[in-house]
Design a protein around this ligand. Structure first.
Ligand code: SF4
Length: 352
């Protein structure tokens, strides 16, 4: 187990190094200790910081923590966690490989802890579909479409790129972004793993801890960002109806008002957003919003889950993201995470 394997645990040779060392995963988790602790830390950092934290000083611990972290993510088995975890592993890898590429010599990377761009391309079978031309790269269009599929910015859309003889020209930094996408796909591959019962039992404590952490993040995290274009389809539809002056049943008014409260809108903001409604009852709205927020009642209400929305007929226009979540708040958090921060404008800023 080399330091290179510890820095890039998703590589085929890293996995082979674990296999060659004859490590038994069941024995490893039963024993507990540093590899399991570092695995929990990996996932914890992924949730809270979007990275996997600092490497452990012992390469063996660092490398073994990776398969254990994948098992933990599989046991929690929540789409939001899997996505955040894969993204954090990929982001950390991106930081490391871009630093390695910067110190790369023409012959070989500077030490056996480093990776060259050519090695990373070979790892993902991209050698034949990516070629260097002058100071830039050309990527075959099929590979480009596959790797750029998750990029949200318009600049990545094929219609906005140059296309030369079936290849897309890319700058070095852009190619590295696509390599990060390849790492993300590699980390996600096979998740959730099917985990044998004895291993699941040994890890029940850490799994419970991570589930709690995730629940806290999902619903107590202060989102405080109002981007109506990213609202879940159900909330966009309800807001649309309010703004058209349609009468909403109590459960529907409750759903949209509690959702807007939960994403950080003040009562005045909500009144402002609703006020385009010609049949708008400002006092009634204020009363309901203050009640939901717990100002005039003993309880602070959360918006209803997807199951409740469905039972009231408020779940409409479901899209692909809806298949991956169980709560409109999780939908919105996911959509915000995926959006490019610079392209997201808070409705309150636009209004002011
Ligand atoms: S699945 Fe959930 S988030 Fe999507 S539209 Fe239905 S209620 Fe809204």
């Amino acid at each position: 187990m080399e330091p290179l394997h510890a820095r890039y645990p998703f590589l085929g040779e890293s996995r082979a190094a674990v296999e060659e060392a004859g490590v038994d995963l069941a024995a490893l988790v039963t024993e507990g200790g540093p590899p399991v602790e570092r695995a929990v830390e990996r996932v914890e950092y992924a949730l809270e910081e979007g990275s996997v934290g600092d490497t452990h000083r012992r390469p063996r611990v660092e490398l073994l923590s990776y398969p254990v972290a994948r098992v933990l993510v599989s046991l929690v088995d929540e789409h939001v966690l899997t996505r955040k975890y894969a993204r954090a592993e990929a982001r950390t890898a991106h930081e490391r490989f871009t630093a390695d590429f910067a110190t790369e010599t023409e012959l070989r990377s500077t030490a056996d802890t480093s990776l060259t761009r050519a090695e990373l391309l070979a790892e993902f079978d991209l050698t034949g579909s990516v070629r260097a031309v002058g100071g830039e790269y050309r990527v075959s269009v099929g590979t480009y479409l596959q790797l750029a599929a998750d990029q949200r910015d318009d600049e990545w859309r094929l219609v906005n790129r140059e296309l030369r003889d079936g290849e897309v020209p890319l700058e070095e930094g852009e190619l590295d972004v696509l390599l990060e996408a390849a790492v993300r796909a590699r980390v996600t591959e096979g998740l959730p793993l099917s985990v044998p019962e004895p291993i699941a039992e040994e890890l029940s404590g850490p799994v419970e801890y991570l589930e709690e952490l995730l629940a806290d993040l999902d619903f107590t995290r202060d989102i405080d960002t109002v981007v109506p274009e990213l609202f879940p389809p159900c909330m966009r539809a309800l807001l649309d109806r309010v703004q058209k002056g349609e009468h909403l049943e109590h459960h529907s008014r409750f759903a949209i008002a509690s959702f807007l409260t939960s994403i950080g809108m003040s009562t005045d903001d909500i009144v402002d957003l609703f006020e385009v409604n010609p049949g708008f009852g400002e006092e009634a709205t204020r009363y309901q919003v203050n009640h939901i927020r717990g100002q005039t009642s003993p309880t602070e209400y959360s918006p209803p889950s997807c199951a409740t929305m469905q039972s009231y007929g408020d779940c409409v226009n479901m899209d692909d993201r809806c298949e991956t979540i169980a709560h409109p708040m999780a939908y919105y958090e996911d959509a915000l995470d995926d959006a490019d921060e610079e392209e997201v404008t808070d409705w309150r800023e636009e209004r002011d």
